[in-house]
Design a protein around this ligand. Structure first.
Ligand SMILES: CC(C)(COP(=O)(O)OP(=O)(O)OC[C@H]1O[C@@H](n2cnc3c(N)ncnc32)[C@H](O)[C@@H]1OP(=O)(O)O)[C@@H](O)C(=O)NCCC(=O)NCCS
Length: 154
């Protein structure tokens, strides 16, 4: 299994993996168009047979702040350490870009805790973070948890 930057030919598999979980209320829906637009932000996990088994993206917010988002692992490949490897790749990517802090909005608090993230008050995140909420069906009743981790070794 390798983690590598996404290629244009991965877009459809990334989009269908994200939307599998979006249909189950676990993630925000993503169009194929927005997947192509954001493709440079993605890393994917590819198994020995060449199949895409997971994805993750890093979005920069401000001088010191980045978000790890669109994290998903194929349902029948969960629990094999792929999610951990993807988040580690996202951390390396955000660190390389110079971000000091990485946050996520998630229902998977325990998973992120194991990777060194801690729960934070959502209200401490900049307003810009909530721009995608306009398109979310849960906008007015959001129950996602915010988690944050320093990645600059401070
Ligand atoms: C969350 C998700 C990415 C985790 O991926 P995964 O490949 O199953 O996770 P890993 O196997 O790498 O697990 C890493 C560690 O977290 C633990 N873990 C994984 N999921 C967990 C959960 N739901 N609750 C508690 N611990 C969890 C694992 O036991 C493992 O612990 P260990 O290192 O002590 O052995 C995957 O379950 C998924 O795609 N979920 C649906 C989409 C989603 O909710 N994405 C998050 C959006 S922010």
């Amino acid at each position: 299994m390798i983690i590598r930057p996404a290629h244009i030919r991965d877009a459809e598999a990334i989009c269908s993996l994200i939307n599998y979980y979006a249909e189950r209320g676990r993630m925000l829906h993503r169009s194929l168009e927005s997947t192509y637009e954001a493709l440079r932000e993605f890393h994917v996990a590819q198994d020995e047979g060449g199949a895409l088994v997971g994805c993750v993206a890093v979005d920069l917010f401000w001088s010191d702040l980045a978000e790890v988002k669109s994290l998903a692992v194929l349902p029948d490949r969960r629990g094999e350490g792929i999610g951990r490897k993807l988040v580690e790749a996202a951390i390396a990517d955000a660190r390389e870009l110079g971000a000091a802090r990485l946050f996520a909005l998630t229902y998977e608090e325990d998973f992120f805790r194991r990777l060194g993230f801690s729960r934070i008050d959502r209200e401490t995140l900049p307003e810009k973070v909530w721009r995608e909420c306009i398109v979310c069906p849960k906008a007015d009743a959001c129950d996602e948890i915010a988690v944050m981790r320093r990645i600059d070794n401070a």
